[in-house]
Ligand binder design. Structure first.
Ligand SMILES: O=C(O)C[C@@H](Cc1ccccc1)C(=O)SCC(=O)c1ccccc1
Ligand SMILES: [Zn+2]
Length: 170
């Protein structure tokens, strides 16, 4: 089912999500809802806190629209290695709609996670997948990509959404 995506400044986007103890039916349904919501947005990734669920699970699919879907579900993911090269890519966030900014991040990572079958997986990633993994895992710790921007740019973004929140509240 498609779930509403939280927009800043919602406090849940700044909280630390809890580890998942057991990969049960509830988690399988949550992963499905997250993928439905991500494809509908559309996006290439989604973290559970973005739909208000404070659990350590993220989903990703970098396949373009004219490619077969390649969904990835990562439970209790951890980055165990960061490459020492840096890449600059333009990032967006479904919780900070209609803004895209350039962000510097390590160009390769090794991520360790549990998959929906309860299996431990270790995966090396580079390029856009490495960027997406870092962006999604940040969401589990309440970190947003605007935190990597200069204070000037970040404050402009926050002011924009605060104004919108005030207008909506009127
Ligand atoms: O907020 C999120 O986690 C989703 C975000 C993931 C992401 C985008 C870019 C770099 C790193 C992580 C998005 O998917 S924003 C939308 C987007 O990038 C996109 C949407 C449709 C087609 C292709 C990209
Ligand atoms: Zn995001």
């Amino acid at each position: 089912a498609i779930r509403p995506i939280l927009i800043i400044p919602d406090a849940r986007l700044r909280a630390v999500a809890d580890p998942i103890v057991e990969v049960d039916e509830e988690i399988k349904t949550l992963a499905k809802d997250m993928l439905d919501t991500m494809y509908d947005a559309p996006g290439i990734g989604l973290a559970a806190p973005q739909i208000g669920v404070m659990k350590r699970i993220v989903v990703m699919d970098l396949a373009g629209e004219n490619e077969p879907a390649a969904p990835l579900v990562m439970i209790n993911p951890e980055i165990t290695k960061f490459g020492d090269e840096i890449q600059v890519t333009e990032e967006g966030c479904l919780s900070i709609p209609e803004l895209y900014y350039e962000v510097e991040r390590p160009s390769t990572v090794t991520v360790k996670y549990t998959d929906l079958d309860g299996q431990q997986v270790t995966k090396d990633a580079d390029g856009k997948l490495a960027v997406c993994i870092q962006h999604e895992l940040d969401h589990l710790d309440g970190v947003l990509y605007i935190d990597y921007l200069s204070r000037l740019k970040r404050d402009r973004v926050i002011k924009k959404f605060d104004k919108q929140a005030k207008l909506a509240a009127r």
